[in-house]
Design a protein around this ligand. Structure first.
Ligand SMILES: [Cu+2]
Length: 193
């Protein structure tokens, strides 16, 4: 009963407010929601840049794979694996970590074909990040027999959802939730006053 009375009172009060105030509050809520995901503290660590670039086609076989992350890496737990289109592991050196960057040297010259870089790292604050991406070597002067890129690598790629896309959806969902919460909070505060 009491709750109902309060809600009735709230709706009476808020309906007497100018529409401009309500619009302003709504715009503020949207603005806050848009600004918050710009630096999500809970995102912790993720891949910031890579060479070869994700999903790129490069004209020369890379001699190394360089992955730059958002946060400093713990060298003990840094794993970077390179596989070819047939899921065979390509020989690489041990990962070398410098700050937020992990590098592996590619031991052999890679024939033309599609490759997958898979990584699992742990930032110095203890949070893991993992993912994978493909790239293609298409060297017009390559004499090595090309490896088909339409095999298992593409199947792996399709089966493994892009972590970046998943985070995008999470951020969108969080923004929506924050908007709703802020709007509800403003509404309630205005009503309770
Ligand atoms: Cu973290």
């Amino acid at each position: 009963m009491r709750n109902t009375d309060r809600r009735l009172a709230a709706s009476t009060v808020s309906s007497s407010r100018p529409a401009a105030v309500r619009l302003g509050a709504a715009l503020l809520a949207i603005l806050a929601a848009l600004l918050i995901p710009a630096t999500p503290a809970w995102a912790h660590n993720s891949l910031r840049a890579a060479a070869p670039v994700q999903e790129s086609t490069v004209p020369r076989a890379p001699r190394e794979v360089v992955l730059e992350f958002m946060q400093r890496l713990d060298p003990t737990f840094t794993t970077i694996v390179l596989t070819d289109g047939a899921k065979r592991k390509m020989p690489t050196g041990d990962p070398v970590v410098s700050g937020a960057t992990g590098t592996v040297q590619v031991t052999d010259a890679l024939p033309n074909g599609t490759y997958t870089v898979a990584y699992r790292v742990v930032s110095t604050d203890g949070h893991p990040a993992q993912g994978s991406y493909p790239f293609t070597v298409a060297d017009p002067t390559s004499s090595a027999a090309p490896i088909s890129g339409t095999g298992p690598a593409d199947a792996v790629r399709a089966a493994t959802p892009d972590p970046g896309r998943g985070i995008g959806i999470l951020i969108a969902a969080a923004a929506l939730a924050v908007t709703a919460l802020v709007a509800a909070g403003l509404w309630w505060r205005r009503g309770a006053r």
